[in-house]
Design a protein around this ligand. Structure first.
Ligand SMILES: Cc1cc2nc3c(=O)[nH]c(=O)nc-3n(C[C@H](O)[C@H](O)[C@H](O)COP(=O)(O)OP(=O)(O)OC[C@H]3O[C@@H](n4cnc5c(N)ncnc54)[C@H](O)[C@@H]3O)c2cc1C
Length: 466
């Protein structure tokens, strides 16, 4: 009997365990999932907590409830992985041997990585919403906020759900208006990117949405430190942005055991093939969800589509056939835009987000990159879908694993100049000069050859970190 060990029982780990358990009997495959605790958090819900839309009980469920019978769930910290002996050392002293290992331990916010971020202002006027305690503390801070300078800030890419800081900004604007303190508040969105977003069309639409709401946009901001005495963000190029309330997204990093095991890059992300999610260094290790180096969004939707591809390939190889499926980088993300409306992005490695209808041409019912009430309802419905379809590994109707071009209004020759965003990145343009970074520049990642597929052509990804 083969032994599959899955590190991390979050979004990706739970999905892959349940899908494989449904496909193979307990006499064929022994599946073990390791996680540090029994609390599964619906992370997209963190966004809504500071505005009183969700509270803790809406987003936390018992992890073991979502792990199917016939799967062993081990609750402890992961110590190290030893690829040479194919064993995982757990913090409680146990050893787990594997034939195939799936790393699905995600990424988490690391305020300790930026000088001054978790200094004396941390938890009073500096907050984050990328963890449950962070979202809880920010809920109290928003209740106390009486106006002033609200700064929403991204430390460095990649982060999980790269649209979440923008969504927070839109929701905050709406919330401040409803509480009649918007006229007393200056809102600034500070990003290390050179536009509101990484892709030209999305950047243009989102920059317009910021202008409409009188939200200032500060781009190319590589934070060097946070001055706790003057309450200012300070960049490498000497810019200073003052705040009364700073909502930051700290550097997102993979788990420390990945570094201890010598498996990761400088952000503890595991270098992996863009189409098979197989570790570049160890063929018996796969990386699913946020923990790897896929050059697409770090998002639950991406984890979902990539897990589908992985399961197909795993079953093929299990049955002695060559693996034939390749992941195309498909991401599908609702963007909450406030006032009961939302937008939708759908893209992959080679197709940037465009406007149009989703999932069906003309009929929609969702609109890509346009604010609609139905998109907002879609975003709220995602919580039900997450618990009831996604985690149990059930199919989601009308949402294909591979991205479809149907309904998309493709814009040709979208360049930085054409977007109306002088600083937006054009996909066809050469890479921008290196920005001063808060961390040493990463080693170039080895390119991988796309897997030959039976159902799609998979060119090398051209989209940078998203
Ligand atoms: C504010 C916010 C909003 C978001 N909104 C959206 C959205 O609208 N749409 C969307 O698609 N995605 C969204 N996401 C992203 C989505 O939640 C993640 O991409 C997804 O959860 C990644 O799944 P994962 O399995 O890789 O990691 P996770 O779900 O984070 O799971 C990792 C698991 O590993 C465990 N673990 C980590 N280290 C260890 C260790 N050392 N020992 C033991 N266990 C360990 C953790 O306890 C955790 O259970 C959002 C995220 C945030 C923070």
């Amino acid at each position: 009997m083969k032994r599959l060990v899955i590190l991390g029982g979050g979004t990706a780990g739970t999905m892959v365990a349940n899908k494989l358990r449904a496909a193979l009997g307990t006499h064929e495959l022994h599946i073990t999932v390791v996680d540090r605790d029994d609390a599964h958090n619906y992370q997209p819900g963190y966004l809504f907590m500071p505005f009183g839309i969700y509270n803790t009980s809406d987003i936390v469920r018992s992890r073991h409830r979502f792990i199917d019978d016939g799967i062993e769930l081990v609750l402890t910290e992961i110590g190290t992985v030893d690829p040479a002996s194919r064993t995982v050392h757990l913090a409680d002293g146990r050893l787990l041997a594997y034939d195939v290992l799936v790393i699905a331990t995600g990424v988490s916010p690391r305020p300790d990585a930026t000088p001054g971020m978790n200094g004396k202002l941390w938890g009073s006027s500096i907050h984050e919403f990328y963890s449950l305690p962070g979202a809880q503390a920010l809920t109290e801070a928003m209740r106390r906020f009486r106006g002033g300078r609200l700064v929403v800030h991204i430390t460095e890419m990649p982060i999980k759900c790269p649209v979440a800081p923008m969504e927070f900004t839109f929701l905050a604007d709406d919330w401040l208006r409803k509480h009649r303190i918007r006229e007393r508040t200056e809102v600034t969105y500070v990003t290390p990117l050179d536009g509101a977003f990484t892709k030209p069309v999305a950047s243009r639409e989102l920059a317009t949405a910021l202008v409409d709401r009188e939200i200032a946009l500060e781009t190319d901001f590589a934070v060097e430190h946070i001055d706790n005495d003057t309450s200012e963000l300070v960049s490498f190029d000497g810019r200073r942005i003052g705040f009364d309330l700073l909502v930051t997204v700290p550097l997102n990093m993979g788990a420390d055991y990945i570094a201890r095991s010598g498996l990761g890059d400088e952000l503890n992300l595991v270098p992996c093939d863009q189409h098979t999610m197989r570790s570049l260094a160890h063929p018996e290790i796969h990386v699913l969800g946020d923990a790897g180096t896929l050059q697409t969004s770090k998002a639950g939707s991406v984890a979902h589509f990539a897990v589908d591809v992985f399961v197909h390939n795993f079953l093929d190889e299990f049955n002695g056939r060559p693996a034939t499926h390749g992941f195309d980088g498909h991401a599908n993300c609702f963007i909450e835009s406030g006032n009961g409306k939302g937008m939708l992005l759908d893209f992959n490695y080679t197709t940037e987000p465009f406007t149009g209808d989703f999932p069906l041409p003309v009929v929609g019912p969702f609109k890509l990159l346009k604010e609609t009430r139905l998109n907002h309802i879609g975003k709220l419905a995602f919580r039900w879908i997450y618990w009831n379809l996604l985690l149990p590994g059930r199919p989601i109707p009308l949402i294909p694993t591979a991205m479809s071009l149907a309904g998309k209004r493709m814009e040709k020759d979208v360049t930085a100049a054409g977007t109306g965003m002088p600083t937006a990145v054009a996909l066809s343009s050469p890479p921008p000069p290196p920005r001063p970074a808060t961390r040493p520049a990463p080693e170039p990642r080895p390119e991988t050859t796309p897997l030959a597929t039976t159902d799609q052509v998979l060119p090398t990804p051209i989209i940078p970190k998203f």
